[in-house]
Design a protein around this ligand. Sequence first.
Ligand code: NAD
Ligand code: LMR
Length: 332
Amino acid sequence: MSKPTKRIAVTGGAGQIAYSLLFRLASGEALGHDQPIALHILEVPSMERALEGVKMELEDGAFSLLTEIRIGSDPYQIFKNVELALLVGAKPRGPGMERKDLLAENGKIFIEQGKALNEVAHSDVKVIVVGNPCNTNCLIAMHHAPRIPRQHFHAMTRLDQNRACFQLAHRAEVSLSEVTQMAIWGNHSSTQVPDYVNAKIRGRPAMECIRDHTWLEGEFIRLVQNRGAEIIAARGKSSAGSAANAVIDAIKSLFQPTPAGQWFSSAICTDRNPYGLPEDLIFSFPCRSIGDGLYEIVPGLIWNDFLRAKIEVTLNELLEEKAIIEKEVIKR
Ligand code: NAD
Ligand code: LMR
């Protein structure tokens, strides 16, 4: 007997990330090739015609798992009964901007969408925020959706994890599958902390395999922190194919049990975190899933002085972003 259909909302449906993401969702890559899905796709009214074109293309894909496509610009209609909400729709930054420069404009989107999810989504909905600045946008949505458990909110740092894994594998001349336990701590921004100290290569500490610690402390961290800006400088547009790929990876990691000895990165609510960080922030941690979107933060990782200092910087940035939204964006 076939499984019941899972309803997935995707916002920003006519944008560049969605154009890579929707077809991969429809093919069953994220939730499995036996899981029927319905796509509920949201856009702003001015992009609805373009979204109709995307819908036509999804139909023309003849995806056997795709049982229904709903499109529209009212989040209260589109989010009805969704069990997974991928909040992609937001303005991307341009050259020379930091992601937090988008807060005033994009933050408002997440007030409305948080409220709509609160009112009409499935009670067990899991939310992954991609639109930048994703950690603080996620905090805004979470605050406006008190009915939804706080642990169900994520901001995507999987792209940063993937970037870091590639760089370590490349430097150590090993295959990507041999790089494990790569955590990203903190904000999806240029202060994020890619944790090479606890990462493993072929099951051994990455620092034993890559002897050039100056590279790890310097170029490696800077490269991962600034990769998004580098892509914008080269392409004239922000990352899209790799971002959509990271959304697929993030969903798989969250819904499938994490293999022993591994973890994945996701920015989640700091309430009762085992690292003593202040509560009520969305902060990236190493996580392990037990399946179906239930996860725990990996406890007990060692922060050496170098990591601790960097983590303080990214934490302070998130506290500053929170102070901004408390003053200007979260007005109930
Ligand atoms: P894009 O401009 O190509 O597409 C965004 C789409 O969102 C547009 O079609 C726009 O009309 C739509 N939109 C805007 N407001 C909306 C709303 N209220 N409801 C529904 N749709 C709305 O941008 P993109 O390249 O697809 O990027 C989307 C966002 O993702 C940006 O904020 C970008 O910075 C961010 N991003 C995050 C990561 C990450 O790793 N977290 C990676 C890449 C991009
Ligand atoms: C990225 O990391 O590529 C995205 O967050 C887009 C950006 O603004 O850098």
